[in-house]
Design a protein around this ligand. Structure first.
Ligand SMILES: CC(C)(COP(=O)(O)OP(=O)(O)OC[C@H]1O[C@@H](n2cnc3c(N)ncnc32)[C@H](O)[C@@H]1OP(=O)(O)O)[C@@H](O)C(=O)NCCC(=O)NCCS
Length: 163
């Protein structure tokens, strides 16, 4: 385990290639193209967050976006923590800081493939901490949307109760 301090910040285009390399070390995440990671780090920078060690290593990255049809929502695309930095609460801290930085966001959505216990636990902790009510349903099914070549993607939507 690496205990060196990490600082959280917005990514920029210069981080895109390092993010791509980080994700390759974080199965079961899908590896997207470098170009996709570059767009996340530039155009979607406001809804993404990066953890950088004091030696300049990219230790963590969360990609997200604000779905145009649901302006109250932050959708989390991927969460990646380098294996050396896991188990220190960094992913939960990144998620919390990212959500807090979003204007007018009262809901958070993500998809999780059944059996990804680390992801299920991370988001369960986040929803508890935010006192959000959670609903879930299969958004993309293995048979219908992935030609059986990928697990189901189950959507979790946590939202703050309205008064
Ligand atoms: C999932 C991942 C981001 C967690 O990063 P992390 O910084 O180690 O997570 P945290 O330390 O913030 O843990 C948050 C909670 O999840 C739990 N958790 C983390 N990894 C876990 C694991 N492998 N198994 C069970 N629970 C786990 C922690 O115990 C903690 O819960 P607690 O407060 O009850 O102890 C990291 O393991 C990872 O990058 N995995 C590979 C990619 C992936 O699956 N990403 C998620 C899908 S988008």
């Amino acid at each position: 385990m690496n205990n060196t301090t990490v600082r959280l910040r917005k990514p920029n285009a210069k981080d895109g290639y390092a993010v791509h390399q980080l994700i390759s070390q974080c199965p079961p995440l899908d590896q997207n193209s470098v170009y996709c990671n570059l767009l996340q780090c530039s155009d979607l920078s406001d809804s993404c967050i990066l953890a950088e060690s004091d030696t300049g290593v990219i230790a963590g990255f969360i990609s997200g976006y604000r779905p145009p049809a649901r302006p109250d929502t932050l959708f989390i695309w991927q969460v990646a923590l380098h294996p050396d930095w896991r188990g220190q609460g960094i992913a939960l801290k990144m998620l919390t800081e990212l959500f807090a930085s979003q204007s007018n966001a009262t809901a958070l959505e993500t998809t999780i493939s059944p059996g990804n216990v680390a992801s299920e636990t991370l988001f369960a902790r986040f929803f508890e901490q935010q006192q959000m009510q959670v609903v879930k349903h299969t958004l993309f099914s293995s048979a219908e949307h992935f030609a059986g070549k990928h697990d189901d993607e189950v959507l979790y939507r946590g939202s703050k109760a309205t008064a």
